[in-house]
Design a protein around this ligand. Structure first.
Ligand code: FAD
Length: 493
């Protein structure tokens, strides 16, 4: 490991990960380090990754990005959650929303109150106490300075990378177009420079590998091992197409399970992103393409594109003087739209422990430990959607239902099943409400719940539950339609 000051950073790759890294580095550390990004027009980007989660707003505000300008530039719409169809069993439907659900007390979260209400005969679903779910179902949306609605975006991935490119170049990021042919190393194994097909050599102190599934630096050069998670998440293929919009854009993503995976529907302003995620052991590429085309609405705008992947992660994300961000660092399928968030948080984490005075083992270890813990939490949450199912209609679902899951997930499921307990650990992305919505939505009904209800009479509890719903429904009724709001809010300047 070279123990030199880091004054020059080279980002290899200009997909969403590369430009997110460039935008953050040039905005926040541009006065201390030179930022160069190398990308190949000939290779292009993966071109998917269009659904996001709420922390993106925090990242944008860190960078000073104007929401209306960003939404106009990327044809974005608002997202209030994800609608899951056919996951617990065929015909099932639930929404995993952003935001809080009901009111919790210090001792017990809202599901305990709801479960007691249910035992007393209320027939309102858990989701009826979520403002975001009720707004999503009604196709409504509005945001204002005083609004507490929790949301994220659906965006056009190619336009987003272009938008961040402009943003970063204005702040001094130097972009070099060209194909990396060779990665040069120092005698000790650290990366020294990228050599392009043109012969140009670009050296740096720190390299960020954003070369996508190619993993040119972290994998091909540094041979960083990969931990395979396919036994827990067997889907290994995706086919993506874009279609014309039909009707108003919904403020949520739809993920519809099928016999060997699931299909996504992401509504943007100008089109819809669609894709089929599947396991090729149980569905051929030809069958997957047909299934996708048979289940989209609107004219097809692009050729179906097959993407192959192996779910898992690099054993380390930061190796020597190279940090992998995005697809080069590993991949967990996009069921909960987590990848963009992971590398946004990754670059922020890197900037917080930036090796100004040289790369050290302690910084590398800290970065890796935090990043791995975060990704493993995401992994468990995604596995939950497959494992907590009653589906037995195909070999794929029988496998998922009966597979061994990580102990960390079994523990959570048991806690919930036994006593309705959910939690969010330190540095975990998913809030306890997320776990609760998905566990209930997938059909895990707790046997017991907290005795907190004994502090209220049944009448008080019923009154409280019904007031909560009324307040939500009254507020939702006043919202404009999502499409009207987008039309008004996201006009190009
Ligand atoms: P890429 O977009 O592949 O970019 C790689 C870059 O490296 C390109 O610029 C390429 O030109 C360059 N490059 C590669 N080799 C060379 C070379 N030799 N020389 C020069 N340049 C080179 N994430 C979400 O958050 N939400 C989603 O809804 C979502 N959906 C997804 C659906 C699918 C099917 C897949 C596969 C992923 C999805 N993701 C999603 C993940 C998301 O798409 C990626 O995390 C994101 O696009 C970042 O990709 P990237 O920048 O790492 O790679």
């Amino acid at each position: 490991m070279q123990n030199n000051e880091v004054k020059k950073v080279v980002i290899a790759g200009g997909g969403t990960a590369g430009w997110v890294a460039a935008a953050a580095l040039s905005k926040k550390l541009g006065q201390f380090v030179e930022v160069i990004l190398v990308e190949s027009d000939q290779i292009g980007t993966v071109g998917v990754g269009e659904a996001t989660i709420p922390p993106m707003k925090v990242f944008h505000s860190l960078l000073g990005i104007d929401e209306q300008e960003f939404m106009a530039a990327t044809e974005a719409t608002f997202k209030l959650g994800i609608s899951f169809k056919n996951w617990g069993q065929i015909g099932d439907h639930y929404i995993h929303p952003f935001g809080t659900t009901g009111q919790s007390s210090f001792l017990a979260d809202f599901q305990h109150f709801w479960l007691h209400g249910k035992s007393k005969g209320i027939n309102a679903e858990f989701g009826e106490y979520s403002f975001e779910i009720q707004a999503a179902k009604a196709g409504k949306f509005a945001t204002s300075k005083n609004s507490s609605i929790n949301y994220a975006y659906h965006l056009d991935a190619t336009r987003y990378a272009q938008y961040l490119r402009q943003f970063s170049e204005k702040l001094g990021t130097k972009r070099i177009e060209g194909k990396i042919q060779l990665v040069q190393q120092h005698a000790n194994g650290d990366i020294k420079a990228l050599q392009l097909e043109s012969g140009q050599v670009i050296d740096a102190d720190l390299f960020i590998d954003c070369t996508g599934f190619a993993g040119l630096l972290i994998d091909k050069t540094l041979k960083t091992e990969y931990e395979d998670w396919s036994h827990w998440l067997p889907c290994n293929s995706a086919i993506a197409i874009q279609t014309e919009s039909v009707g108003a854009a919904a403020p949520y993503v739809t993920c519809t399970a099928h016999h060997a995976g699931w299909q996504w529907h992401i509504p943007l302003q100008h089109r819809v992103g669609n894709g089929n995620v599947f396991c090729d052991k149980f569905m051929s590429d030809v069958e997957a393409k047909k299934h996708l085309l048979d289940n989209v609405q609107g004219a097809v705008l692009t050729e179906p594109r097959v993407i192959k992947y192996k779910t898992g992660r690099r054993k380390v994300f930061w190796n020597r003087n190279c940090v992998a961000l995005g697809l080069s660092s590993g991949f967990v399928e996009p069921l909960e739209s987590t990848s963009i968030y992971m590398f946004m948080n990754g670059i922020v984490r890197l900037m917080k422990i930036f090796p100004f005075n040289g790369v050290t083992k302690s910084s590398i270890d800290e970065y890796n430990q935090q990043s791995i813990a975060e990704l493993e939490n995401v992994r468990d949450f995604i596995i939950l959607h497959y494992h907590a199912t009653s589906r037995e209609d195909s070999e794929f679902w029988r496998y998922c239902k009966n597979m061994q899951v990580p102990d960390s997930l079994s523990h959570r499921m048991e806690l919930f099943r036994e006593n309705a307990l959910a939690f969010q650990g330190e540095r975990e992305l998913f809030r306890l409400e997320s776990w609760t919505h998905v566990m209930l939505g997938q059909g895990i009904m707790p046997k017991h719940y907290h005795s907190i209800f004994k502090t209220m009479t049944d009448q008080e509890l019923m009154g409280h539950l019904s007031n909560t719903r009324n307040t939500i429904n009254t507020a939702v009724a006043k919202l404009p339609s999502h499409q009207d709001f987008v039309n008004h809010y996201c006009k190009a300047p």
